[in-house]
Design a protein around this ligand. Structure first.
Ligand SMILES: Cc1ncc(COP(=O)(O)O)c(C=O)c1O
Length: 373
């Protein structure tokens, strides 16, 4: 019988304690004390036996709103930002609608758009400035356009939007009465980040998450901030009618209460790791880093000119070196075969391992690659 294809996630989870997890933009730098006490107390009190307040813990809702500084908007909790994105696509799009988006992008959102019978118009952003611009968005508008997808900072490129560009895109949304879906999952990593809702409050629906900034990806909590009438329309598609995970709410509340005291260190270490990852990547002939420095906690490394295939590099780094990074194919139909994505909100020891492993894995694979130059 033929051997089944290598499943990187299955392998990485089976070896979880030995793997430097640099593949999913998760954050391993938040001091564990931030949530440990609150979670232990909630477990001792057996909070998990009962349902949570269905509308969400009032303090957490308030913290989420205050964290983003959007006093006029109504907060809503979901199972990760992912569920918010699903609900928004289902509620606000209909068959035939068009969404202005990009390639590369966080393609799960595009899939949700398609489930609603709508389609994305993917503007190719694999060239400077590696993000959308107001001019290109304006040109892309057609009579079918219903939404603009503004992921800022952008997964996977690590690019982010200057304040004036956010303002210009928000004005387009306002002038054309389009929904502006502003996914700000990585916002805390981006210096000088601007929220689209501050420029187009009526049109903007903001999606936030505690997965990446607070290091709580496994607990699956995020949410929406939108004007009350828009939120009512979206909430019709809520599947968590009995509320979202009670332990996730406890942890998110503890993290957001104290975030101001530890996020600076998380971001500083992330930036330092970015610098080291980039230097390591650039030490390999033919490898380039298109977006330096990142405004998020990940970067891409373009290896097209090395002749090494991203999937093989992912497998080699994981199996031989215990370093889990991600091949680009799930992030870009057009350019995914050229790059890998590496995330780095990790302890320095993980980056040490990457520094040793990446050049060696590239040497090994380049020697084998038939197209190597
Ligand atoms: C741009 C973007 N949005 C949303 C999410 C979903 O995050 P979560 O469901 O963990 O909140 C991710 C996860 O990687 C992401 O990259």
């Amino acid at each position: 019988m033929a051997e089944p294809p290598f499943n990187a996630f299955r392998y990485a989870h089976a070896h979880r304690t030995e793997v430097a997890w640099m593949s999913q933009n998760t954050n391993h730098l938040v001091p564990p004390e931030v949530v440990r006490g609150a979670l232990e107390e909630a477990i001792r009190a057996r909070l998990y036996e009962g349902y949570p307040l269905a509308s969400g813990d009032p303090e957490l809702l308030e913290l989420a709103r205050a964290d983003l500084g959007l006093a006029e908007m109504t907060p809503f909790l979901t199972g990760g930002g992912t569920e918010s994105l699903y609900m928004i696509a289902r509620a606000l799009l209909k068959p035939g609608d068009e969404v202005i988006a990009s390639d590369p992008s966080y393609l799960i959102i595009h899939r949700f758009v398609e489930l609603s019978g709508a389609r994305t118009k993917n503007l190719d952003i694999y060239a400077p400035p590696y993000r959308l611009t107001a001019d290109r968005v304006r040109e892309a508008i057609s009579p079918s356009t219903r939404m603009i997808l503004l992921i800022d900072p952008l997964n996977p490129l690590g690019s982010g939007y200057p304040r004036e560009e956010v303002r210009a895109i928000a004005e387009i949304a306002h002038d054309h009465r389009l929904v502006l879906l502003n996914d700000v999952t990585y916002r805390d990593f981006s210096e000088g980040h601007a929220l689209a809702a501050s420029f187009a409050p009526e049109e903007t629906v903001t999606v936030w998450s505690v997965s990446k900034n607070c290091g709580l990806a496994g607990l699956r909590l995020g949410g929406i901030l939108a004007r009350p009438d828009v939120l009512d329309a979206i909430a019709r598609f809520n599947t968590n009618d009995l509320g979202v995970n009670v332990l996730a709410q406890v942890a998110a509340r503890a993290a957001l209460r104290t975030k101001a005291s530890w996020i600076g260190n998380v971001v500083r270490q992330t930036r330092e790791n970015d610098r080291r990852v980039r230097a390591t990547a650039l030490s390999v002939p033919g490898a380039t880093v298109p977006v330096p420095p990142s405004r998020a906690n990940m970067t891409i490394v373009d290896i097209a000119d090395t002749g090494v295939r991203p999937e093989l590099l992912q497998e080699e780094l994981l199996r031989r070196h215990g370093v889990f990074i991600r091949a680009g194919n799930y992030l870009s139909p057009k350019h995914g075969a050229k790059f890998v994505r590496i995330s780095f909100s990790n302890p320095p020891a993980d980056v040490d391992r990457f520094e040793r492993a990446f050049p060696e894995a590239m040497r090994t694979l380049a020697a084998r690659a038939p197209t190597a130059r």
